[in-house]
Design a protein around this ligand. Structure first.
Ligand code: ADP
Length: 298
């Protein structure tokens, strides 16, 4: 029998699970992790009572393989999301300094198709950013259809650092919870799935990491004296995170509190949350053009 060209016999999309080595199957399903870490709408939070060093049932020995497997599946679904060009995903990462936002992004996104991924970091607003409302720069950075957008800090800074440092009056930042809920609702309605992760690190672990930054010439550039000012305001920041998460964890744009003292747990947990989000979207490969049967490439 003559071999058909791949174009003349388009294969049905291979179920993702069939492409994965079963010997490294997950010990915890994405759905179980999501259920465990998601903050229910309206829930009141006491971050001091939520463990920062939990392992969530993952095992360190198999964590690398499990992350690789999870990423393989994220990669396939991200390619489908990109091909579909109909919807997008926004992953928001917020945390205290040195909790590992950068490391999470590096570990989870490496290997994905860069054309479909957009990472945006938000620093203190300057120039035109400071001349507009606080959501202006955020909206402009939201992922286009087909894209996975990742925010390293976000509009939440406008109810966190802005509140803790008193940059605007309380009356002003308090109104922002409603703006944010409605802004995220609009994004959801228009085809962007929003998920938000708070990387929950302990104050002691942060001290170790900041010391390491100071001591390691390769990492010293990351150390800012201002990090110590924020560290001194730890309690105020925790109160600001607790209220922000309570006010803005919604059914469609939930918050997840991710234990972040162990990098391998943090990476796996965020990867599973992202995978779960993509699995629920279940993006479809577009229909091929009609009349491709029998085409011979010569
Ligand atoms: P990162 O810590 O994210 O790696 P930087 O060390 O440059 O990057 O810190 C960015 C700084 O910008 C943080 O201190 C953060 O609080 C601040 N920032 C971000 N958004 C805002 C905002 N809307 N208003 C004030 N400060 C902000």
């Amino acid at each position: 029998m003559a071999r058909r060209s791949p174009l003349s016999a388009p294969p049905a999309a291979t179920p993702i699970v069939d492409r994965v080595d079963r010997s490294t199957r997950s010990t915890r399903s994405p759905a179980a992790i999501v259920k465990q870490l998601r903050v229910a709408p309206g829930a009141t939070l006491d971050l001091s009572k939520i463990a920062t060093d939990a392992t969530l049932g993952f095992h360190k020995e198999s964590a690398e393989a499990e992350l690789a497997e999870t990423k393989l599946r994220i990669d396939l679904l991200q390619q489908r999301l990109f091909a579909e060009q109909r919807r997008s995903v926004l992953l928001v990462l917020q945390a205290m300094d040195a909790a590992g936002k950068d490391g999470t992004i590096r570990h989870i996104l490496s290997g994905l198709n860069p054309a479909g991924v957009q990472v945006t970091g938000f620093k203190a607003p300057g120039g035109p950013e400071a001349q507009h409302d606080y959501l202006w720069r955020v909206h402009a950075a939201c992922p286009a259809k087909g894209e996975l957008g990742v925010f390293n800090r976000s509009h939440y800074e406008d109810v966190l650092v802005v509140r803790v440092k008193g940059f605007v009056p309380a009356k002003q930042w308090k109104r922002r919870y409603r703006h944010i809920r409605e802004f995220e609702r609009m994004l959801t309605d228009e085809g962007t799935t929003v998920v938000k992760c708070f990387l929950h690190v302990s104050k002691d672990e942060q001290a170790d990491r900041l010391r390491e930054r100071l001591d390691d010439p390769e990492k010293r550039w990351k150390f800012r004296k201002g990090d110590l000012d924020d560290r001194a305001l730890w309690k105020d920041y925790m109160a600001a995170f607790e209220e922000a998460i309570h006010e803005t964890s919604t059914k469609d744009a939930p918050w997840f509190v991710v234990p972040a003292d162990r990098n391998w747990v943090r990476n796996l947990a965020v990867a599973k949350i992202l995978l779960h989000t993509l699995e629920r979207l279940d993006p479809e490969i577009p229909e091929p053009e009609e009349g491709l049967e029998g085409i011979q490439i010569v």
